[in-house]
Write a protein that binds this ligand. Structure first.
Ligand SMILES: Cc1ncc(COP(=O)(O)O)c(C=O)c1O
Length: 432
């Protein structure tokens, strides 16, 4: 797809923004398309190309771009002011609705990004337990703050920088990394260190190294083991929250952690996230407790209005929304797997609820190590051909594709045809 204007903008951008972007995953070779506008399932570029979007702002958009109810609610709020630095009724009713949706939440605090949510959840767990160490799981991404940027997925994997420069070793020496989906290793570590571990933080469904599902009973076992050692179990549901179900992975897998972090979908397309959980942990947060947490923009009326509006819709329509998303996702994933088979391409297609991803490998993918063994070159060829066909998926193998309720039958049909062309081309290039 030609993109003279995008190309020019990228050249300009590179002079003022590192790599020409404001978040590393957005950059891809030779240059990303620049967005003019978005509506429903589509994004429109400055070059007047249109794309069926399966990136959906990395999972943040569940009801499609420019969802009318959210747009109207936000416009109404804007005319009344965008930031007060004082509490509003909207924050209270929104917090009540979040607590009603998320099984483990008795109290919560609103913040502005997932990174803030996980950082403060970990601090709260450390404050509550008076312990220093934390466990994270290989490939799980919990935002870009220091203590969790170790063997993280997403951009940190794509750019081969699992440990970032600028993070002192002393900062991560209290972070223990354990493989995902491996109960034995977790038990071993906990036997040795369990009494010093404040928190175990995990993406219940690993969505930042591609998409990897938890093995049967894995999350239950994790719950039992952390409980036995008095370690706070934090589900990072920044991606899975309101996507797997209204109550996220907790509801989907019937496992209740002590704390949860939520973001992306929760903000209805605006910067907003939350962390919350058991009252006995959350009541240590300032001003009632000694765990400090604060934010100028936290709970701002614009984001809170967008979030409240999407949650109201999801509560009203959950019985239609989630089954429909899952049905469409199964259709796409099945078509993708069948097409790969037809072209004799070794591939694993994973899907759950409205999320899916393909790994080009003949081996099962159950953890970070397996994901890294898949054929990245083939993924890149597949990505570029899809783009030429007007389909935008996240450019990296180590991300996940997302559906919204705005994707319709036409979109799916076009996408399935594009799968055929993209995999056909990838197979041909491999043979040559
Ligand atoms: C599971 C998970 N946790 C935390 C974050 C960080 O969220 P944010 O980008 O809003 O800071 C992300 C972002 O992709 C994520 O996928």
């Amino acid at each position: 797809m030609t993109g003279t204007k995008s190309k020019q903008l990228f050249e300009r951008a590179k002079k003022v923004l590192p790599g020409g972007v404001n978040s590393p995953v957005r950059a891809f070779d030779p240059y990303p398309f620049f967005v003019q506008s978005a509506q429903g399932s589509k994004m429109y570029s400055v070059d007047e190309n249109s794309y069926i979007d399966y990136c959906m702002a990395y999972g943040a958009i569940l009801l499609g771009h420019a969802q009318p109810d959210i747009a109207v609610a936000v416009q109404n709020q804007l005319s009344k002011g965008s930031l007060y630095g004082a509490p509003t009724e909207r924050e209270v009713e929104f917090a009540e609705l979040i607590a009603k949706s998320s099984p483990c939440i008795e109290m919560l605090r609103l913040v502005n990004s997932g990174t803030e949510a996980t950082m403060h959840a970990i601090r709260a767990a450390r404050g509550y337990t008076a312990r220093k160490k934390i466990i994270k799981f290989e490939g799980c991404f919990h935002g870009s703050h220091d203590s969790v940027l170790v063997k993280a997925g997403s951009g940190a994997t794509t750019f081969a920088a699992p440990n970032s420069l600028g993070i002192p070793e002393e900062t991560t020496q209290n972070t223990i990394v354990v493989p995902y989906n491996n109960v034995e290793m977790l038990e071993e570590v906990m036997k040795r260190e369990g009494n010093d571990v404040a928190a175990a933080i995990i993406e219940p469904v690993l969505a930042n190294v591609g998409l990897i599902l938890p093995k049967k009973d894995y999350l239950n076992d994790l719950r039992k083991i952390t409980y036995a050692y008095g370690t706070v179990l934090i589900f990072d549901e920044i991606i899975t929250g309101f996507r797997l179900a209204l109550g996220g992975a907790q509801e989907y897998f019937h496992v209740k952690p002590d704390m949860v972090t939520l973001g992306k979908v929760l903000g209805g397309g605006f910067p907003l996230a939350a962390f919350g959980g058991k009252r006995e942990i959350m009541q240590n947060i300032s001003p009632i407790g000694k765990v400090y947490q604060a934010g100028t923009f936290s709970g701002n009326p614009v984001s809170a209005t967008a979030g409240y509006t999407i949650l109201r819709i999801l509560h009203q329509k959950k019985n239609e929304v989630y089954p429909m998303l899952e049905k469409n996702c199964v259709e796409l994933s099945k078509a993708l797997a069948d097409t790969a088979k037809r072209y004799k391409i070794p591939a694993q297609v994973h899907n759950i609820a409205s999320m899916w991803q393909i790994f080009f490998t003949d081996q099962q993918v159950t953890d970070y190590g397996c994901a890294k063994k898949s054929d990245i070159q083939m993924f890149t060829a597949y990505f570029h051909e899809l783009l030429r066909q007007g389909i935008f998926i996240p450019p990296s193998q180590f991300e996940t594709c997302f559906l919204s309720t705005a994707h319709n039958g036409e979109d799916l049909k076009h996408t399935i045809e594009a799968f055929d062309k993209a995999l056909g081309k990838a197979a041909k290039e491999k043979t040559n």
